[in-house]
Design a protein around this ligand. Structure first.
Ligand code: AMP
Ligand code: MG
Length: 336
């Protein structure tokens, strides 16, 4: 299959919508990461997403909507879900809610819930409107590799597998949506993301699922199936290092070698004695989130074999960065 990479112009948005109505899969930008979209109400179209990604069948997809009425049409939302939608939609929050039967079982990997989100990216919104149906859309990477935050990343993973990628530039948030299970009076955080813990806590109590910071044992029941897979990982071996910038500099001094890189903020990279892959700015986790996945991809482009990443905090969107890096590192953490 020939894969077209086109700017997200009004004509190309119409082209994407018509492909989606025919049951095809299209790569498109959202404010979090690029998505691999298909008509969420068409099981054959949804099957094409799983095939293009090589995604395990038991990992459910998030359904993207453009209008608040669709929340009621596709799910049974408790009152709290409406309150959260008012506060954070359109935006990077996915609510896991009881699913109505119009959503095919394959979207939800057989669960009786579905993850639903209203994205704020103008291209994502326009494509959903033009297609006239909700879109199931996981991140547009091959399963296991870092999520794509540019159209070029999508092309690198999906060339020959899908007919069209819309280019909408770099993603603003850079990490995926916050996934929450919505209960009557509280929520459970399943995956940290663009909407932070304290933003959620301004609306209702939040309990943190064990899978956010801890490794799932083989066979253990999980609230969010995506959490049990090795994920977001480049081919290089990733190891997390917790310590101050000074401790990290001495650690790198002692661990220099062929193919050994450090992944840190631009400011810290400048003073390290080894090759580096910089991401974002010191003390600015939003900029680090934006560049996290392209930095993980750059590790492979630069021929890194081992990458030490300094963890500089878990506050705000830093929790999402830590959660993704833990999985990229298969939970290998060195504490200095
Ligand atoms: P991705 O679309 O690649 O960002 O991954 C979606 C994430 O949301 C995965 O971690 C899924 O396991 C999670 N998810 C989607 N639907 C559900 C659901 N119904 N229940 C629990 N987790 C879900
Ligand atoms: Mg993903």
């Amino acid at each position: 299959m020939d894969t077209k990479l086109l700017p997200a112009s009004p004509e190309n948005i119409q082209l994407a919508a018509s492909l989606l109505r025919q049951g095809e899969v299209v790569g498109l930008p959202t404010e979090t990461v690029y998505g691999l979209a298909a008509n969420a109400l068409d099981p054959d179209a949804v099957a094409r997403i799983f095939a293009a990604k090589g995604r395990p069948q038991d990992n459910p997809l998030i359904v993207h909507i453009a209008r608040i009425e669709q929340l009621e049409q596709l799910t049974h939302p408790p009152k709290l879900a409406r309150k959260l939608a008012d506060a954070f939609w359109p935006g990077p929050m996915t609510m896991v809610l009881p699913r109505r039967s119009v959503i095919p079982g394959c979207v939800a990997a057989g669960l009786d819930t579905v993850g639903i989100r209203m994205p704020s990216h103008p291209v994502a919104k326009a494509v959903i409107e033009a297609a006239g149906c909700p879109l199931a859309a996981p991140s547009a990477n091959r399963s296991g590799s870092p999520s794509p935050t540019t159209a070029a990343h999508v092309l690198a993973d999906m060339d020959g597998r899908i007919p069209l990628i819309l280019d909408g530039g770099n993603c603003e948030v850079g990490v995926e949506s916050t996934v929450i299970l919505v209960l009557e009076d509280r929520v459970r955080l399943l995956r940290p993301g663009g909407i932070t813990l304290s933003q959620l806590e301004s609306i209702c109590p939040v309990e943190m699922d064990e899978g956010v910071l801890h490794q799932i044992e083989p066979g253990q029941k999980v609230a969010s199936p995506g959490m049990k897979y090795r994920h977001y990982a480049p081919s290089a071996k990733v190891v997390l290092v917790e310590g101050s910038a000074e401790e990290f500099a001495s650690f790198m001094e002692a661990h220099q070698g062929e193919g050994v890189f450090a992944m840190v903020s631009r400011e810290e990279a400048d003073v390290l004695p080894c090759p580096t892959v910089p991401f974002g700015h010191r003390g600015d986790p939003a900029s680090q989130a934006q560049e996290l996945f392209s930095a993980l991809r750059a590790c492979d482009e630069k021929g890194a074999q081992t990458v030490y990443v300094r963890i500089s905090g878990r506050k705000g969107i830093g929790l999402a960065i830590y959660n993704r890096l833990l999985r990229a590192a298969a939970f290998q953490v060195i504490r200095l």
